[in-house]
Design a binder for this molecule. Sequence first.
Ligand code: GLY
Length: 352
Amino acid sequence: MPAPTHITVAGPAPYDVVVGHGLLGSLVELVGSGERTAVIHPAALRSIAHDIGDGLPDAHIIEVPDGEAQKTVKVAAYCWDMLGRAGFTRTDTVVGIGGGATTDLAGFVAATWLRGVAVVQVPTTLLGMVDAAVGGKTAINTAAGKNLVGAFHPPKAVLADLNLLETLPRTDYVAGLAEVVKVGFTHDPVILDLIEGGDVTSPQSVHTRELIERAIAVKAKVVAADLTERGEREFLNYGHTLGHAIEKVEDFRWAHGEAVSVGLVFAAELSRLAAGLDDTTARRHRDLLETLGLPTSYDGDWQQVHAAMAIDKKSRGSSLRFVVLDGLAQPRMLENPEPSLLTAAFDAVRSE
Ligand code: GLY
């Protein structure tokens, strides 16, 4: 097996994303010298969380519900209670093991306990490895919407053990590829060439590690320059304005990556109409996502989708903002495009 790769996220408190195979044994080094750890995990990962806890100092295992159901203030309060009972101090470390929902929750609990304790993230999904667990965004959901309460709280380290991907249902893995495709279009077109060069729809694919490392490297660079999303971090939301709206309108029954996939086709068409993106690159979005088996069409109601986009946290004040491409790997923000351009782009994602 090749040695692990360390991708550093620079900033006031730099940290490494460690990528490789069979890395769980090195978690104890990343956790460091605190007296206690709290391992937050969803029910589905009970056995692996207990194994991990066995290798860590005074580990308190905190089981939470699977999926988005764990990202509530009630579950966060349960975790705070458990930390209180464990006598968790400022020098102790939270470990979040799971998909994006768990790393968001664990990060939020760590960000708020004693105004911030260390968290080491162990993403188990592709989406978590390339996006959610890297970059310090943490959040829970409220009745008003997804991720509306949270904090920027960069982790102490992220351990991306690629062996964990083998346990993932294939549809989850493929949904995570939508975020990889996204950074291919916004920042690193080599990703697109690799995806077009062979079947990448399983973690055993020959290009898996390179794709993941490339996507993490982009994220690391962008987040180091703009942790709090005042500038270029917003470009990582390419495809997400419509994607989030679809998730909301569909009551979160769509996988995030699948909604983003449709959002990417919409954003490409908007880019073609409003930013002069060439036809070939716009078409490449749909072709590539279809090859991966990701959805590229959505027949929902435009009024509902439009209303959901308007209250997304990606809008600012009353303006509706989209990431568009002037060309391949040339992202920029587009504010309040003509309504006719939005409906034309939405027509492009309706099934023929
Ligand atoms: N998922 C986009 C970001 O972390 O900024």
